[in-house]
Design a protein around this ligand. Structure first.
Ligand code: TYM
Length: 340
């Protein structure tokens, strides 16, 4: 065996909440890379259903969406045999570690999380404790597997930084325990913007349905939404995030799906109107999403298969996670009884 083959592969952990259908932002910023990274890493991919509870959910919808999201992730090409696909609540160890980490995280650190501030402003009637301690659970998700790399979009980088800080502090007090995780934030598309208000992040919770493309939108819908996308009045396809946020966002999407550079895209559409450009972006997006949608329909039709993947994923993830929790419990001084 060559050295490369014997070398231990690095580990990836990432997650996505089962709140609504994922958007093009989720896909480009994170999920698309999950499938691409599996050839070089051992990957654990998680449906973060416990995180979803920080906002009130309709129970039956949450259950249905969890299974649908599993099918959609499989449809993007995630291989559940080589990697581990699981649901967060199926691995109770995450909550166990989360408590220990919460006792090693400062109130001030959590108060500085911008997502907490944004979400509290958005749901002033439900600023619950879970919303506040959410980044601690996310740290537990990552640290429990000693993940080396965490592929996420830009909006999760502050949470990731906190996970590193918690890990570093814990290691300092109790001795080397956790791997310090690195972020994997894509060079292009780490923050796709709303199609309606391109200075805002594209988000599935936006009330304006034309502001996002969903991963399950059909081609006609995708074309319609891109046609309506807000641009500007100077009519030139040119990358300038500051002054031309709408056009720059569309160029980013086009670049991700075609592999073309911004200069190549500018040259391709020089002297042509936004109409042509928007149609090309829509077509490139549909070409990427339609095959995923076909797979999704096929996989979701076999509910037993999806559930068997999740059952197997929960078992394999639990085995790894329980080992970390035992080690951490021992390190912090919780009494563990011998097994008879
Ligand atoms: P969630 O479900 O909000 O989003 C899933 C992933 O999609 C990325 N993303 C975007 N990327 C680019 N442009 C956008 N407009 C856009 N919107 C969302 C997010 O950055 C994310 O990578 N807390 C996480 C879930 C989670 C997790 C974890 C992630 C729980 N535990 C451990 C990594 C590691 C979340 O709410 O993602």
């Amino acid at each position: 065996m060559s050295e490369a083959q014997t070398e231990k592969r690095k580990r990836i952990l990432s997650g996505i909440q089962p709140t609504g259908t994922p958007t093009l932002g989720n896909y480009v910023g994170a999920v698309r890379n999950w499938a691409l990274l599996q050839k070089d890493y051992d990957c654990l991919y998680m449906i973060a259903d416990l995180h979803a509870l920080t906002v009130r959910q309709v129970p039956a919808d949450l259950r249905r969406r969890t299974r649908e999201l599993a099918a959609l992730l499989l449809a993007t090409g995630i291989d559940p045999v080589k990697n581990v696909l699981f649901v967060q609540s199926h691995v109770p160890a995450h909550c166990e570690l989360s408590w220990i980490l919460a006792c090693n995280t400062q109130f001030g650190e959590l108060s500085r999380m911008t997502q907490f501030k944004d979400k509290s402003a958005k749901h002033p009637d439900n600023v619950n404790g879970g919303l506040f301690t959410y980044p601690v659970l996310m740290a537990a998700d990552i640290l429990i597997y000693n993940a080396d790399l965490v592929p996420v979009g830009q909006d999760q980088t502050q949470h990731l930084e906190l996970a590193r800080n918690i890990a570093g502090r814990f290691n300092g007090v109790y001795g080397d325990t956790f791997t310090l995780p690195e972020g994997y934030v894509p060079a292009a598309g780490a923050k796709l913007m709303s199609l309606a208000e391109p200075t805002k992040k594209m988000s599935k919770s936006d009330t304006n349905l034309n502001s996002f493309v969903l991963m399950t939108d059909d081609k006609d819908t995708i074309v319609r939404k891109f046609k309506r996308a807000v641009t500007d009045s100077d009519g030139q396809v040119r990358f300038d995030r500051e002054n031309k946020p709408g056009v720059s966002n569309l160029m980013t999407i086009y670049s991700v799906f075609t592999g073309k550079t911004m200069e190549e895209i500018e040259a391709e559409f020089a002297g042509r109107g936004y109409g042509d450009f928007k149609l090309a972006v829509a077509e490139a997006t549909a070409d990427a999403l339609v095959p995923v949608q076909t797979e999704y329909d096929r996989i979701l039709a076999d509910k037993d298969y999806v559930d068997s993947v999740l059952r197997d994923g929960a078992e394999r993830a639990s085995r790894l996670a329980n080992r970390t929790v035992s080690k951490v419990y021992r390190k912090v001084g919780l009494l563990q009884l011998d097994r008879h």
